[in-house]
Design a binder for this molecule. Structure first.
Ligand code: NAD
Length: 282
């Protein structure tokens, strides 16, 4: 039988610790404060912003949103991010995607100082991660590793195939897995014979943003499958990158969507916010 790698318990454990630490900070003067910067009118981004605000609110983290509009220039976004990073009343800054056309993420994310870059998106934060220096790793990538650890899945020495090479998920995840001593193969849209590559792995992580991409043919008997994908299904519900029905019974374990990587990602982001606040007041 295929075990379900749910993220709900782990998220609850992380959240109760975060709430305690946020309360302790509030008692000492001010609650931790996160600012979300938005420059789009994308419904999925809007939904994510609302879910972050809700999560922060439950944990005693102040969360404001600055909406620059879908036509904001790179200069306007950079200058907003610089202002927030210079503001001692702001502990953490997150820039939402998608960005306006013609604005590239690294061009603007470089304006977020590493100490407040709780989702680890800036070139500086990614460099800290790649060199093994302390910083905030991107929460989604960290969630994959933490979810595996929570379910006692060993990573050291094992062959992990990561499907996706984005700067947001695939590449930082490869770095985190290397730091856990895994042997890592990174696959992408130009990989020749994806099923052969993933079927050779002990663990497959799907982060391609393609519903149903990973089927039973992509995984070997007993392999662990972690699904990062969040795609809109035909009925408007959220579905992963894994065709769960065809992987069921063949994979040793599979993380559900929703309820797997997602809740852990949010919980880790909020933990980063509290950590940033603690560091700034030390
Ligand atoms: P992206 O579009 O930036 O990158 C997708 C990557 O997948 C690319 O590197 C591409 O080469 C690869 N890819 C695309 N089609 C492929 C194919 N047919 N075969 C092999 N590789 C293929 O997306 P992203 O921002 O990295 O996000 C990936 C997925 O993770 C999306 O579904 C996104 O919604 C989801 N996501 C989830 C969370 C979470 O908290 N659960 C957070 C961030 C992103």
């Amino acid at each position: 039988d295929t075990i379900s790698l749910t993220g709900k318990e782990l998220a609850a454990t992380l959240n109760s610790e975060t709430a305690e630490r946020a309360a302790a900070l509030a008692e000492r003067g001010a609650a931790p404060r996160l600012v979300l910067v938005v420059a789009n009118d994308d419904p999925a981004s809007g939904w994510y912003v609302k879910s972050l605000q809700r999560a922060a609110g439950k944990l005693g983290i102040d969360c404001d949103t600055v909406d620059l509009g879908a036509t904001a220039t790179a200069d306007a976004i950079r200058s907003e991010l610089r202002g927030l990073c210079a503001d001692i009343a702001v502990d953490a800054v997150m820039l939402q995607t998608p960005l306006p056309e013609r604005v590239a993420l690294p061009d603007v994310s470089s304006a977020i100082v590493a100490a407040k870059d709780v989702d680890g998106v800036s070139p500086h934060s990614l460099g800290l991660l790649a060199t093994g220096l302390p910083g905030f790793p991107p929460a989604t990538s960290e969630a994959v590793v933490e979810l595996a650890k929570h379910h006692d899945i060993p990573l050291a020495g094992r062959h992990v195939a990561v499907v996706g090479r984005s700067n947001v998920v695939g590449k930082p995840l490869a770095q985190l897995l290397l730091a856990e001593n895994a042997t890592v193969t990174v696959c992408h849209s130009r990989t020749t014979d994806l099923p052969a590559v993933t079927a050779a792995a002990d663990i497959v992580v799907a982060a391609a943003g393609r519903a149903g991409l990973i089927t039973g043919d992509h995984v070997r008997e007993g392999a662990i499958v972690i699904d990062v994908g969040t795609n809109e299904g035909p009925d408007g519900k959220i579905v992963g990158d894994v065709d769960a029905a065809s992987v069921q019974g063949k994979a040793g374990a599979l993380s559900p969507v929703p309820g797997g990587v997602g809740p852990v990602t949010t919980a880790l982001l909020m933990r980063h916010v509290v950590r940033a606040a603690e560091a700034s007041r030390a």
